[in-house]
Design a protein around this ligand. Structure first.
Ligand SMILES: Cc1cc2nc3c(=O)[nH]c(=O)nc-3n(C[C@H](O)[C@H](O)[C@H](O)COP(=O)(O)OP(=O)(O)OC[C@H]3O[C@@H](n4cnc5c(N)ncnc54)[C@H](O)[C@@H]3O)c2cc1C
Length: 493
């Protein structure tokens, strides 16, 4: 039996990115994955919006099978009367369709401003958050580059950045635009993967985080890999194996083993124990701390704060097998389709979810391929009283929404599967089915993510590191948290 100095828990994008970086620096790495295949949440995902360029390049994903079918996918915004908009280029650089001239000009200005602000913040994604404690030198020094970039925007822009960071998506859109289709699509986009509606406080910052991502060097562009996003996960796994990492699937970790004050390895569900001096948990911090480490090895304050970590997912995943391709009133079926209604509809879809109920009119992001339709439907309750009833109601609501936009689609459905946030938690281990393995809300960002005191990837026990989407800078199939954590481990050696 070979021995390993590093065990990584979870072969999602972050686990694979961390494994690759550590192995490339000489570590003997074992990755343990509970599922029967690697890739984690990449298998749930539709599109790439924030694959970390460091990860794509260093792992040489192209050599391991990553091929982009489209690096700049267009979005069609559906409308029940067929009067749709087509957002072309990154983040709707051009809009085709019947849109008032005033909205075109206002969107061009707002889009440019949002992208500028997101670009100022984007270097944050590639750094370990500063530690805000006495004796930590000048923690804000790390942020000096961001401050400098912001200052280069000029005083008026800095004031505007401050203003929009504190406002909400609804008000920001309402100040500038009038067309409900455009406002609805943007409100949907801004809240995708979150547990917040467009009117929720501070909802612009998570949108800027999303807009900071890039595909093939283009900020805000959406990428569609050949074979779908699961192929991106597979390419990462192939790269890791080629780097000499041992990857074991069907290997669920049930315990992180601690002796005295120090971590010594992990136990698997099979009963096997594996020793290693360093364990990198690339599953949600809440699960790691409460489930794998346990209260015995945590101080009471940290345990309580971990219990209070917010991890509510609001996205359901719908998969339809179809006898034939549907007709979305002539829309280009190669586009990403967004069905959101107006900005008010997006908010209305969030309202019942707060109380554990299913919305009548969920919004959807739809991707079609031969014989199948995949949709991310928002919002869906993560903790309804009756899970089966909520799942059935959500499926019915989604099918009804689709029927409005693609009349006759119901008759084409051969098979329909829907995963609610709690199904995603049960199958994939994301607490609450939360896209970011912990909500990406202002109070859980940067040096507060996942929790103050453990926001620099170093866990609360010597030898334990945290590196999932629940850590800075959050989720998406990016590998950023895993890569940043590996750099922090190198710096600590
Ligand atoms: C419905 C939905 C749609 C999404 N769509 C997109 C999208 O279109 N684009 C995008 O970029 N992102 C999308 N995301 C987000 C993205 O999937 C995640 O943010 C990302 O996968 C997080 O990466 P990770 O490596 O931190 O964790 P994960 O991908 O969750 O990987 C963790 C891995 O750990 C394994 N694991 C869990 N517990 C254990 C254990 N005890 N022992 C061993 N292994 C374990 C899991 O099986 C999993 O493989 C979506 C998420 C959801 C829920």
């Amino acid at each position: 039996m070979p021995s390993f100095d590093t065990i990584i828990i979870g072969a999602g994008p972050n686990g694979l990115a961390a494994a690759h970086r550590l192995a490339s620096k000489g570590a003997k790495v074992l990755v343990l994955e509970a599922a029967d295949a690697p890739g984690g949440g990449a298998g749930l995902a539709h599109l790439s919006y924030n694959l970390d360029p460091r990860v794509e390049t260093a792992m040489n994903l192209a050599a391991h099978g990553l091929e982009w079918l489209d690096r700049n996918l267009a979005t069609t915004v559906l409308s029940p009367d067929g009067n749709r908009l087509r957002l072309e280029g990154p983040v709707g650089a051009r809009i085709a369709g019947d849109l008032p001239e005033a909205d075109r000009a206002a969107w061009a200005a707002l889009r440019a401003r949002l992208l500028r602000f997101a670009a100022v913040l984007s270097p944050l994604n590639q750094m370990t958050p500063p530690r805000i404690v006495r004796g930590a030198g000048n923690p804000m020094g790390k942020l000096a580059m961001i401050a400098l970039r912001a200052r280069m925007l000029g005083a008026a822009e800095v004031r505007e950045l401050g203003r929009i960071l504190l406002t909400n998506v609804h008000d920001l859109l309402d100040d500038e635009l009038s067309d409900p289709r455009l406002k609805g699509a943007l409100a949907f986009e801004a809240t995708l993967g979150g547990w917040l509606g467009p009117r929720s406080p501070n909802s612009v910052l998570p949108w800027l985080v999303r807009l900071a991502g890039q595909t093939a060097g283009v900020q805000g562009a959406l990428g569609l890999p050949k074979g779908g996003m699961a192929e991106l996960g597979s390419a990462m796994a192939r790269a890791v194996v080629a780097q000499g990492v041992t990857l074991r699937c069907d290997a669920r970790v049930t315990r992180i083993l601690v002796e005295g004050e120090r971590l010594v390895g992990v136990s698997l569900a099979s009963g096997e124990d594996i020793q290693a001096a360093r364990v990198v948990s690339c599953i949600a911090p809440k699960t790691t701390l409460l489930g794998l480490v346990g209260p015995r090895h945590l101080d009471a304050g940290l345990y309580t704060r971990a219990r209070h970590l917010k991890a509510r997912g609001g996205a359901a995943k719908l998969d339809l097998r179809l006898k034939a391709m549907p007709d979305f009133r002539g829309a280009n079926l190669k586009d990403r389709l967004i069905l959101a209604g107006s900005e008010h509809d997006v908010e209305r879809a969030f309202n019942p979810v707060k109380y554990g109920r299913v919305p009548d009119h969920p919004g959807m992001e739809i991707v079609l391929s031969e014989g199948s339709l995949s949709a991310i439907a928002q919002f869906a309750p993560h903790a309804p009283d009756d899970r089966d009833a909520a799942r059935a109601a959500m499926l019915a609501a989604c099918l009804a929404q689709l029927e409005v936009h693609a009349p006759g689609i119901g008759a084409l459905v051969e098979r329909a599967d829907i995963l609610m946030p709690y199904d995603i938690e049960d199958r994939h281990g994301l607490p609450g089915g939360q896209w970011h393995a912990g909500e990406l809300s202002v109070e859980q960002m940067l040096f507060l993510r996942p929790l103050p005191g453990i926001a620099q990837y170093r866990g609360p026990i010597p030898g334990l590191w945290l590196a999932s989407a629940g850590c800075h800078p959050g989720g998406g199939v990016s590998g950023s948290a895993g890569w940043n954590a590996a750099l922090a481990m190198e710096a600590a050696e």
